[in-house]
Design a protein around this ligand. Structure first.
Ligand code: C5P
Length: 232
């Protein structure tokens, strides 16, 4: 698969007009776009359908659902019929929530891959210490637990930082199963070298993320604030 086919463009920081302008400019370059909380709250399900139908792109709806099992189940039911390739839930919602989410998605959104979000890529060492009182080893062990939970629930994939791809490789080998691995926290080498990484912390270049096993890369500002067709 060529690199651009692995890129999921995050349509953040744009109003509706800017989204259409971006899609017109970058048409046929990217196969998948990610609609996050920002645009979904503003423009809703009709906007998702419109993008899918008018631009023939796959949709990643990044709602990062995180609530009790019944609420997540009903939220997924409300999305019934949307043309989604990917939808996100938080792995920290726990086993019961993930199981209910998968069961509901299998009937309401049968063509959708449910992705479990592990730790946000914007969290760094001080955040893990402050929130969970974790040192680096404890953070890694907890990430492994989350990934094992993902494997056991048979969720379709996970969202993780490119720095955790090594841990995942070991877990996958031991379990004999493979999940779709999607990594945000992607920055070009020149951005990393000039510390132009905005709020992201656990990051890598597109090339390194793919080399280490990422199936898809979520890229927002590096693409949407720059030249869309840079990789052609
Ligand atoms: O602009 P940037 O490339 O940092 O955008 C990354 C995108 O990936 C954002 O839309 C953000 O919501 C999403 N994301 C993330 N970290 C996660 C899950 C999703 O940055 N763990």
């Amino acid at each position: 698969m060529k690199l651009t086919d692995r890129i999921i463009v995050a349509l953040d920081n744009m109003n509706e007009e800017e989204v259409w302008a971006f899609l017109n400019k970058s048409q046929h370059t990217y196969q998948t776009v990610k609609i996050g909380l920002e645009l979904f709250y503003l423009l809703g399900p009709d906007f998702v359908k419109k993008i899918h139908h008018e631009y023939n792109v796959d949709i990643f709806l990044d709602l990062k659902l995180h609530d009790i099992p019944n609420t997540v189940k009903k939220a997924i039911r409300s999305l019934k019929g949307l043309p989604l390739k990917f939808l996100t839930v938080h792995l920290t919602g726990g086993r019961n929530m993930l199981t209910e989410a998968l069961a509901e998605a299998s009937t309401c959104l049968p063509a959708t891959n449910l992705l479990g979000v592990s730790f946000l890529t914007s969290l760094g060492k001080p955040d893990f210490k402050e929130i969970y009182n974790f040192n680096e080893t404890q953070t890694k062990l907890t990430f492994s637990n989350l990934f094992r939970l993902a494997l056991q629930t048979n969720i379709h994939g996970v969202v993780l930082s490119p720095l955790e791809l090594g841990i995942v490789k070991n877990e996958e080998q031991q379990s004999g199963k493979k999940l779709i691995k999607v990594t945000p926290g992607i920055r070009f080498a020149h951005e990393i070298n000039s510390n132009n990484i905005q709020d992201q912390q656990r990051i890598a270049t597109p090339e390194d993320a793919v080399k280490n096993g990422a199936d898809y890369l979520v890229m927002g500002r590096s693409i949407t604030s720059g030249t869309p067709n840079f990789l052609k």
